[in-house]
Design a protein around this ligand. Structure first.
Ligand code: ZN
Length: 132
C-alpha cells in the first residue's frame, strides 16, 4: 500500500497555506511504495480553482528527482476551499494515466489527503496512508 511520510504532508500543508487562496502544486517522489519527498512548484495559473505546472520547472525537477535517486510518484495539488477529490477540470486536464494525483484539501484545519488515478475521464481512488 502506498504511504507518505508525515513530514511530506506537513510540507505540502505549509506550501498550501502560503499560497492560499490560490492552489499550490508540486511533485511527490520516493522509492517504491513510499513518498518521501515534496518538490513545491509554481502554479502558473495563479488560480484558486485550478493549476498548471510550469513545463521548464517540470523538466528541472524531474532531473533533480533523478539526481536524488528517487522516482517521480505523484503530482500533488491543493484544494483551498473544496474537498479532496478531482474537480471536473482536474479530470478533463489529467494528462498522464500512469501518474498518481494527490489532492490535499485545506478546507478544515487538518489537511485531508486522497490519491487518484485518472484514466480517460474515469477516476479511481488509491489508498494512501500517512506514516513514519
Ligand atoms: Zn483540483
Amino acid at each position: 500500500m502506498l504511504k507518505i511520510t508525515k513530514e511530506v504532508v506537513q510540507q505540502i500543508h505549509a506550501h498550501g497555506l502560503r499560497e492560499q487562496p490560490l492552489e499550490a502544486c508540486g511533485y511527490l517522489a520516493g522509492k517504491e511504495e513510499l513518498i518521501s519527498r515534496y518538490y513545491p512548484m509554481t502554479n502558473v495559473d495563479k488560480s484558486p480553482e485550478h493549476f498548471t505546472l510550469d513545463p521548464q520547472e517540470q523538466f528541472q525537477i524531474v532531473k533533480t528527482i533523478r539526481q536524488d535517486n528517487l522516482s517521480l510518484l505523484a503530482v500533488c495539488h491543493t484544494h483551498p476551499a473544496s474537498p479532496a477529490r478531482p474537480s471536473p477540470e482536474d479530470i478533463r486536464l489529467a494528462y498522464d494515466p500512469q501518474i498518481l494525483y494527490v489532492i490535499v484539501s485545506l478546507q478544515s484545519p487538518e489537511p485531508v489527503l486522497r490519491a487518484f488515478r485518472i484514466q480517460q475521464g474515469a477516476v479511481k481512488e488509491e489508498s494512501l496512508s500517512v506514516g513514519i
